[in-house]
Ligand binder design. Structure first.
Ligand SMILES: Nc1nc2c(ncn2[C@@H]2O[C@H](COP(=O)(O)OP(=O)(O)O[C@H]3O[C@H](CO)[C@@H](O)[C@H](O)[C@@H]3O)[C@@H](O)[C@H]2O)c(=O)[nH]1
Ligand SMILES: [Mg+2]
Length: 193
């Protein structure tokens, strides 16, 4: 795994939706000495997210949905986010296309993969594959909204890119993947202007 890491033992703390495991290990520090450490790691697989943009109207498609962790830690009842989904072992672009259809109702075939980012690497093993794509009115095949049976009740928001950027500054958009994608879009645009 790594010359600077020796796993001593691991114990499963919880296995239900995700898996929480406690690892005891030794880590070689920069001065060459070994230190014993213990860390808990939450594994719920990897995911994907995508910013869909419409060239004609300069709008983006975002979602608004209930997120229990944000309610518990901040009192927010809903978060505004780019569409996203868990990979569940599937190929990221393929999974993302299905997720876009399910959550936004748009069938978009051409997606551009940007990077894979760890969102909380101190405790969560998951990385997110980031995508961008263009959507046109003709791509709309349904209402979106997510899978009600699975407890999803997603509102689809079509808003101007500049409005979305202002929502970050105003503290209305609080989701990291969404900020990364919107700001990257603005950065590339100002670099090419
Ligand atoms: N029973 C049960 N169901 C769960 C649980 N957690 C999530 N689910 C269900 O699992 C599905 C997950 O929906 P997705 O659209 O696939 O994933 P997501 O929650 O949007 O997660 C995406 O965004 C996250 C936040 O940025 C990412 O962490 C994740 O990788 C993914 O990209 C939803 O139907 C949700 O109700 C749980 O603890 N128990
Ligand atoms: Mg989702």
């Amino acid at each position: 795994m790594s010359d600077n890491f020796r796993l001593l033992s691991q114990s499963l703390l919880s296995e239900d939706w995700g898996k929480l495991t406690k690892y005891d290990f030794e880590l070689r520090l920069r001065d060459g000495s070994w230190q014993r450490q213990s860390r808990e790691v939450y594994d719920r697989g990897n995911g994907a997210t995508c910013l869909l943009h419409n060239l004609d109207r300069d709008t983006v498609l975002l979602t608004r949905q209930f997120r229990l962790p944000a309610l518990l830690n901040g009192g927010l009842t809903e978060l505004v986010e780019t569409p996203a989904g868990l990979l569940e072992g599937a190929e990221p672009a393929e999974r993302m296309r299905l997720e876009l259809m399910e959550e936004t109702g748009y069938a978009v075939s051409a997606l551009t993969h940007l990077f894979d980012l760890y969102m909380s690497p101190g405790s969560v093993s998951e990385y997110l594959a980031f995508f961008t794509g263009e959507y046109r009115d003709a791509d709309r095949v349904g209402d979106g909204g997510g899978d009600r049976e699975e407890g999803e009740d997603i509102a689809v928001l079509e808003i101007g890119l500049s409005h979305a950027l202002a929502m970050i500054e105003a503290g209305v958009i609080r989701d990291a993947k969404t900020v990364i994608l919107l700001q990257r879009f603005a950065l590339l645009r100002s670099a090419s202007a």
